[in-house]
Write a protein that binds this ligand. Structure first.
Ligand SMILES: Nc1ncnc2c1ncn2[C@@H]1O[C@H](COP(=O)(O)OP(=O)(O)OP(=O)(O)O)[C@@H](O)[C@H]1O
Length: 273
């Protein structure tokens, strides 16, 4: 596996928050207002509080429709919120649930487009492309248009463009949907590499078996986030604190929610694969 290129993206003093947090959200509220008469507005977040630190891998779990993608959009800065505060330190990478790519560009052209937008040099773009196509194993599709890739390979490109600039904070919305088993394992190796480099990573996941891979899991329920330190048995029962609300519920519903998804999923095979 190739090493991540060092782009000399040290953290300047001005980028540092008072502590090691790369994102901190406090009391975030979000309601989707109804645009049609006689339809209800949807209250999604009702005082959500969370923090992600450098070198920390944080899981965000919750039932379908509980508001995980909404929360992540707010953390990424692509969605507005109604109340509360969100502070970020440094650069952000966001991998949305649905790939937002240009269908007619090739994989190489996609790296060029996003790399240029991030302000990377040609060399930095080439290094990032070599690193990620090697680690996620899609080098042979570099000259293929995105629209001709399988869902799993499109997701590899989606993930790659979110992190090719080695952001300080990486936000991943169900990043391994459609990955085959080898790629799923490669994804976690990559995450460990990013953790070692001090990137703060937040991942929306439905896979209960992956819980132990996280440092902290936030469970979203009724608009609130419930925090659990992994490996800390007291986490489930402890009293709410100012900074976080401990998880009062058991993880049982997560057991059923989408369990197995991505565990051994197979991606669509393409001619030439
Ligand atoms: N643009 C929108 N306008 C109105 N309602 C929305 C909008 N986006 C999401 N919602 C609603 O907000 C709620 C939370 O949606 P969201 O996609 O954040 O949940 P989620 O936890 O990510 O779901 P899933 O696990 O299914 O991906 C849902 O009831 C959804 O229908």
């Amino acid at each position: 596996m190739k090493e991540a290129p060092d782009q000399g993206r040290g953290v300047s003093d001005t980028e540092k928050l008072r502590d090691d947090a790369v994102v901190r959200a406090s009391g975030v509220e979000k309601t989707y207002d109804s645009v049609l008469p006689f339809t209800r507005s949807v209250e999604v977040l009702d005082g959500a509080t969370l923090r992600v630190e450098r070198g920390q891998v944080v899981g965000i779990m919750g039932e379908n429709g509980s508001g995980k993608s909404t929360l992540m959009g707010i953390l990424a800065g692509v969605l507005t919120h109604d109340a509360g505060e969100v502070d970020r330190a440094g650069s952000v990478g966001w991998c949305p649930q649905e790939p937002r790519l240009y269908d007619r560009l090739t994989v190489d052209e996609t790296f060029e487009l996003f790399g240029t937008a991030y302000g990377m040099t040609d060399n930095e773009i080439a290094e990032a492309r070599e690193w990620l196509t090697d680690v996620l194993d899609f080098e042979r599709f570099r000259d293929r248009q995105v629209r001709h890739l399988s869902g799993g390979n499109r997701q590899k490109v989606n993930l790659s463009v979110a992190l090719m600039h080695e952001p300080d904070l990486l936000l991943l919305d169900e990043p391994y949907t459609g990955f085959d088993w080898e790629t799923f394992l490669a994804f976690w190796d990559l995450t460990e590499e990013l953790r070692a480099r001090g990137v703060g990573v937040a991942i929306i996941s439905h896979i209960i078996n992956e819980r132990d891979r996280f440092d902290v899991v936030y469970e979203l329920h009724d608009g609130h986030l419930h925090r659990q330190e992994i490996g800390d048995d007291k986490g489930l029962d402890s009293e709410p604190t100012e900074d976080d609300v401990a998880c009062k519920r058991t993880a049982s519903f997560v057991d059923g929610a989408g369990a197995g998804g991505g565990q051994r999923a197979t991606s669509g095979q393409e001619a030439g694969e």
